[in-house]
Design a protein around this ligand. Structure first.
Ligand code: HEC
Ligand code: HEC
Ligand code: HEC
Ligand code: HEC
Ligand code: HEC
Ligand code: HEC
Ligand code: HEC
Ligand code: HEC
Length: 413
């Protein structure tokens, strides 16, 4: 009897151990389980050995990526490229900073498209001007976007000071920051470092890290549009992981920011040049047609046409352009008023030191832009209440201030 009990206990313990071992094994990241070649073990295995203890979240992120599936090792990204500062790390020579240059080794097409977009040098120059770029970089960017890099640092940023510039403006505009190795920008703003995911890049929230707030309310506009509402309710049924070159309307019958601005839906070209499908400079105080107006508009309309009828799309564009024209007129009136006051000697030559200048700035920078962006991306509330209503209110306020300035100061002259 005693004997049987001992045998029984040892069987129970042995089973428990096997189950426990299995559970522990299963809980380990996939990378550790299926390491294929000796190369992979040398590079990834060694890194993973320590880093599953040191910074385990990185290993978990990496193990879900396409890179892990295709045996792109830690070392392949982390090894130094020409011009990169090196560090010695546990027997490996690694790059001190990983930039777009490291991604470019394998993704030259994406890098080159990115480089000619406004996400590249123009984004950084919008805040800091041309001083951080080489002559070659300036020449390249100016070829695609004249006047966007050769310009002074932004006045408002300078007034607000270094700390704000760093944690504010530059946090978003660093998407086009020049790196010490001669490359420009960061790919991880949309893909993240270790999950390198197209699904993440297709989420509106990813673009919304920067494309939000009163001066460029694209995320808010999208969220209130039919597209955004459908996306939210049908997200679970979408195949956000579909490979970029094979993306169909079955994977994503509902568009997100990426679909309209970047995706290769149904055989279109995938593009990292977010400028490619645009026809107006909507962000400008007075919007003008871009030089490639026809091509840009056609490319965007072709995307719409994967899901909509032509009549529907043409009507949409005609109505949106109507809003561009009427906004231009309203903004022009306000800008004229400020110019007149300045000519009359009632305002100092400095920007941003008198209340009416802030009102004029808000008028085009918040409300004018919002009205135009709302019209092109389906945000009725932004065309009306956050846009045109405010345009009217601010115009009335500005006229009042102008009257006071003229009355107050006229006796002096
Ligand atoms: C012998 C253990 C070990 C190995 C092998 C190892 N690391 Fe590390 N690594 C560490 C430790 C410890 C840290 C410091 C973590 C911290 O600061 O909390 C670190 C930090 C890092 C950092 C951050 C460096 C910094 O300070 O900015 C990077 C990047 C890195 N490792 C990449 C790698 C890569 C890639 C490999 C494989 C080629 C690798 N490591 C191999 C232990 C290791
Ligand atoms: C697709 C390229 C890529 C791969 C593959 C990759 N990394 Fe990284 N890793 C990056 C980038 C980009 C950064 C950010 C570096 C920077 O800001 O200079 C980074 C940063 C790190 C850091 C510092 C993170 C922090 O937040 O402090 C560690 C540690 C690290 N990687 C370890 C690894 C390990 C271990 C692997 C393999 C399991 C790996 N990486 C694979 C691109 C990669
Ligand atoms: C050593 C080569 C190599 C490097 C370096 C590299 N990748 Fe990749 N990347 C690949 C391969 C291979 C694939 C898989 C391609 C495929 O399946 O068609 C891939 C796929 C991707 C994808 C598509 C993922 C998906 O879900 O479809 C993205 C996004 C990506 N890489 C981003 C990056 C970024 C960002 C960096 C730099 C931080 C980088 N890669 C560095 C080789 C590399
Ligand atoms: C890290 C911040 C950041 C993220 C993330 C980001 N953008 Fe941008 N984007 C910018 C900045 C800054 C500009 C303005 C560049 C300039 O004109 O100076 C911009 C400009 C644009 C433009 C206008 C380009 C032009 O020619 O006027 C489009 C379109 C755009 N982004 C789309 C997207 C989409 C789609 C995503 C997500 C897939 C995205 N962005 C993610 C910062 C970001
Ligand atoms: C939350 C992210 C974010 C912050 C913070 C931010 N920007 Fe921007 N900025 C953007 C985006 C996104 C655009 C593109 C808007 C569009 O095309 O509709 C943009 C557009 C611009 C433009 C117009 C495009 C161009 O190239 O001329 C200028 C100028 C600009 N920003 C300067 C600044 C300055 C200066 C600061 C700080 C005082 C700042 N931004 C802070 C995200 C940001
Ligand atoms: C503004 C956000 C954004 C930035 C910045 C960005 N990507 Fe992408 N990337 C995307 C989106 C969105 C997709 C998926 C497009 C789609 O829906 O098919 C994508 C897809 C990819 C793919 C898969 C392409 C294919 O045809 O299979 C690769 C590889 C890639 N990106 C690499 C990079 C590299 C390298 C950089 C830096 C030079 C970069 N990305 C910068 C948003 C971005
Ligand atoms: C249904 C398609 C569609 C979706 C979804 C969409 N956009 Fe747009 N977007 C457009 C169109 C159309 C324009 C105006 C194009 C033109 O200039 O002809 C535009 C304009 C822009 C601009 C303006 C550039 C400028 O000149 O000021 C930015 C930036 C932008 N979109 C970013 C985004 C972001 C970020 C999202 C997601 C939060 C998004 N878009 C979602 C179609 C779309
Ligand atoms: C990937 C598919 C897809 C793309 C691309 C797309 N849409 Fe849509 N759109 C939809 C769907 C789905 C609806 C919801 C239709 C419904 O109510 O059943 C919708 C709704 C709309 C609506 C609202 C219709 C209404 O009567 O309420 C407008 C306007 C619209 N889209 C315009 C556009 C424009 C303009 C573009 C291109 C810039 C575009 N869409 C790109 C799928 C798409």
């Amino acid at each position: 009897m005693m004997n049987f009990k001992n045998v029984f206990i040892s069987i129970v313990i042995a089973t428990a151990l096997i189950v426990a071992a299995f559970l522990i094994h299963r809980a380990r990241p996939a990378v550790e389980l299926d390491q294929p070649g000796p190369e992979y073990v040398r590079a990834t295995g060694k890194c993973v050995e320590c880093h599953s203890q040191e910074t385990s979240a990185i290993i978990h992120q990496y193990s879900t990526s396409k890179h892990a599936k295709k045996n792109v090792t830690c070392f392949e990204c982390h090894r130094p490229q020409d011009g990169q500062e090196e560090i010695t790390h546990k027997g490996f020579t690694l790059a001190k900073n990983i930039t777009a240059l490291n991604c470019r080794q394998c993704h030259t097409t994406e890098y080159n498209q990115f480089l000619r977009s406004r996400h590249s040098a123009p984004a950084w120059a919008a805040v800091s001007g041309q001083k951080d770029f080489s002559a070659e970089q300036i020449a390249y960017a100016e070829k695609y976007h004249p006047g966007t890099v050769i310009r002074p640092a932004n006045k408002l940023a300078i007034i607000e000071g270094r700390g704000v510039m760093n944690k504010g403006c530059e946090a978003c505009h660093s998407i086009g920051k020049p790196n010490l190795d001669g490359s420009i920008g960061t790919c991880t703003a949309c893909h993240s470092r270790h999950s390198a995911s197209v699904a993440l890049a297709r989420q509106p929230e990813t673009c919304g890290q920067c494309h939000m707030g009163p001066d460029h309310s694209q995320l808010e506009i999208f969220n209130e549009s039919k597209h955004g509402v459908l996306y939210l309710s049908q997200k679970a049924h979408l195949n956000l992981n579909a490979p970029a070159k094979e993306l169909t309307t079955r994977d994503m019958p509902v568009p997100t920011c990426a679909t309209c601005h970047m995706s290769g839906l149904e055989g279109m070209n995938v593009t990292h040049d977010v400028t490619e499908r645009l026809s107006w400079w909507l962000f400008a105080p007075i919007s003008k047609k871009r030089p490639n107006y026809n091509l840009g508009q056609e490319a965007m309309k072709n995307t719409c046409l994967k899901c909509h009828a032509k009549s529907h799309v043409d009507k949409f564009y005609i109505e949106a352009e109507e809003v561009v024209h009427s906004t231009n007129e309203k903004v022009q009136l306000a800008l004229n008023l400020v110019a007149e006051l300045r000519n009359e000697g009632l305002l100092s030559p400095e920007p941003f030191d008198e209340p009416i200048e802030f009102i004029a700035f808000d008028l085009w920078h918040y409300y004018g832009r919002t009205a135009k962006h709302g019209a092109f991306m389906g945000g009725a509330d932004f065309v009306q209440w956050h846009g045109n209503y405010e345009l009217l209110l601010k115009t009335v306020e500005m006229k009042e201030i102008a009257k006071t300035l003229r009355n107050r100061d006229s006796p002096k002259r």
